[in-house]
Ligand binder design. Sequence first.
Ligand SMILES: [Zn+2]
Length: 381
Amino acid sequence: MKISALKKCISVLLLFILIMLPELNVSAAERVFPRDDNLVIVIDPGHGGTDTGTQGGRIQERFMNLMTAQALVERLNMYEGVTVYMTRFDNDTTMSLTDRAKFAQSVEADFVFSIHYNACYAHDRFGIEVYTSRIAPYNGYGYQFGNLLMHRFEDEFGIYPRGVKTRKGLRTEGDYYTIISANVYREIPAVIIEHCFADGTVDAQFTRTGDQLREYGRADADAIAEYFGLKSPMLGIDMSGPSDDLIYADTSAFNDATYEDRTAPDNVTVSVKSIDPEANTVTVTVSATESDGMMMFYALSTDGGWTWQESKPWPGADTYNGTFEESFELVLPFENGYRPTIVIKGFNRYDAYTRSEPVTFLESFNGNYTPLYRTGIIYGG
Ligand SMILES: [Zn+2]
């Protein structure tokens, strides 16, 4: 009697746990934006007219932004309960950033999304990033949206998530980017979406065709719908429920994950772990410490820093949680007769980098003996 009662008790308990499990797994965060039924969204295709934006891609950025924004607006209009406006409408006009914010104010916008493509001097960066305001509650609104969007772009297109970021104004504690500060001044949250790098070798595959640029606009629209919890009977999409990609965001204070880290990583090192003299390979250990941010990329040089290989994601870099692997190994193959000097550049989330001291080989690889090497700078000679 007692044992069967115990069994019954256990099975009831197990059933209870099984019922509760899915409930416990759904720990999606709340939507932080206080949305009403009459949502007004302004889509701002960045640049335009005499302001061309980056020239680094196949076409000027002003046209790329417009293609993405048009597809975005077309799709967002298929959702219910949202009115969508564009700043520079259907054409390629010159429009100041303040005029864009004034326009948003005139239509009583709830949120402004500014559409861009990125570029950099060295043409070696890649990935998607979103800029949000430094000021609460706008910081938290943009932080939650940006994470949602990056998840979508990583899952759907394989574009690398660089993070939701902030940038401080030069002479103020406010925001550097006028499209953000001019809107926030009018109490309108605004974010800048830098979809990927138009000029980068890694991201070149993502901006080959107009279809791709339009595809990103549709993904933006779906992310916006997910963020606000919209429905589209026309598309057969209902995003009003909870979403796993909604992360917790603080709207009463600055979200630390958006902290602008302009100082270089504390330390980056490279050291020889082992050498295989027959295979002509060196296994090196790369390590970094970055106390006020996270590591995001690394680049390798085998000729002492004269030339650099294409930068790669730092192993384990997780922009959603701010974590990365403190050290990892690389196996480097060399040709017979080559005498490498190995250097690593480790970049943080804001592209500030620290260069390791070199590992200098004093003899070349020749397939039958272990060449001598020194770690650290060799003076003189
Ligand atoms: Zn731009």
